[in-house]
Structures are given as structure tokens and as C-alpha cells.
Ligand binder design. Structure first.
Ligand code: AMP
Length: 138
């Protein structure tokens, strides 16, 4: 399906709406999920215009995974997390709600996850986690 550049992550990438960013380079952005399923829930997105993982050029996929690892390590350090749930929903039928490919990093035991994209988080609390993750990335 053709990429829709009006999706919310495309707007974040263009700076049209705010995000609590923890990492950015010329190919990837990582920012806090606005409706976290656990404390420290972070999203990593390639800047390439791709709706699902299957639409993403292999080189971008490979690079994005490197940043997923980097951010995951920072989350583990920052939040003293013992494990990270890595979630990637490809396609509406799989539950994908934002049509720009992204990886969820959820620092929690799978048994403690909140419901997906359901409840707005406390923005000040989320900013606090972002500061810790950024410090661990520095
Ligand atoms: P998915 O359902 O896999 O497409 O995940 C989309 C995720 O984006 C959900 O976990 C939402 O909570 C999150 N989300 C939606 N809008 C925003 C936003 N403006 N800033 C940060 N995260 C968002």
C-alpha cells in the first residue's frame, strides 16, 4: 500500500508535532511512547518512508536494528531493567495502529504489560524516564 505521509510518526519526523526524543541520527529516531505499556516504553523508527517492516529496505532494517540494540542497552542501564520486550506489529491485521514502521522496546516482564495503545501516560513521568535513557546513551 502507498505510504501515507500524514501519519502521526511522519509528522513527528517533520517536527510538526512534539515527541519526547531520546535518540536521533540521520536515519533513525527513538522517542517515548505516549501511551506506555510499561515504564520506559520507547519506540524506534527508521526515517525511511515505510508502512510495515516488509516495506522497509533491508539496509534500513539492518541499521534500525543496530539502534534498537543500542537503545535497549540504554533502557536496561537507565531503568535497571532485567529484560526488554521487543514488539513489532506489521499491518493493521496484526494490530498496527500507526502506519509507519516502528519497534516497541518495553522494559518489563511480559506478564506485567499494560494494554496496547490504550491509556495516556503521565507526560512528566515519561520525560523523567527519557532523561535517564538519554543519560545512558550519552
Ligand atoms: P502500533 O499499534 O504497533 O502501531 O503502535 C503505535 C504506538 O504509537 C502505540 O503504542 C501508541 O501508544 C504510540 N503513539 C501513538 N501516538 C503517539 C505519539 N503522538 N507519540 C508517541 N507515541 C504515540
Amino acid at each position: 500500500m502507498a505510504y501515507n505521509d500524514q501519519n502521526i510518526f511522519a509528522k513527528i519526523l517533520r517536527g510538526e508535532i512534539p515527541a519526547i526524543k531520546v535518540y536521533e541520527d540521520d536515519r533513525v529516531l527513538a522517542f517515548m511512547d505516549i501511551m506506555p505499556q510499561a515504564d520506559g516504553h520507547t519506540l524506534v523508527i527508521p526515517k525511511a518512508q515505510a508502512e510495515t517492516l516488509l516495506d522497509l529496505p533491508a539496509e534500513d532494517a539492518a541499521y534500525t536494528i543496530q539502534i534498537v540494540q543500542k537503545v535497549a542497552r540504554a533502557i536496561e542501564t537507565a531503568l535497571s531493567s532485567k529484560g526488554i520486550v521487543l514488539m513489532q506489529l506489521s499491518g493493521e491485521a496484526a494490530g498496527q495502529t500507526v502506519p509507519h514502521v516502528h519497534f516497541h522496546l518495553i522494559p518489563s516482564s511480559v506478564h506485567k504489560l499494560g494494554r496496547h495503545a490504550t491509556e495516556m501516560g503521565d507526560q512528566e513521568k515519561i520525560k523523567g524516564f527519557a532523561e535517564k535513557i538519554k543519560a545512558a546513551l550519552a
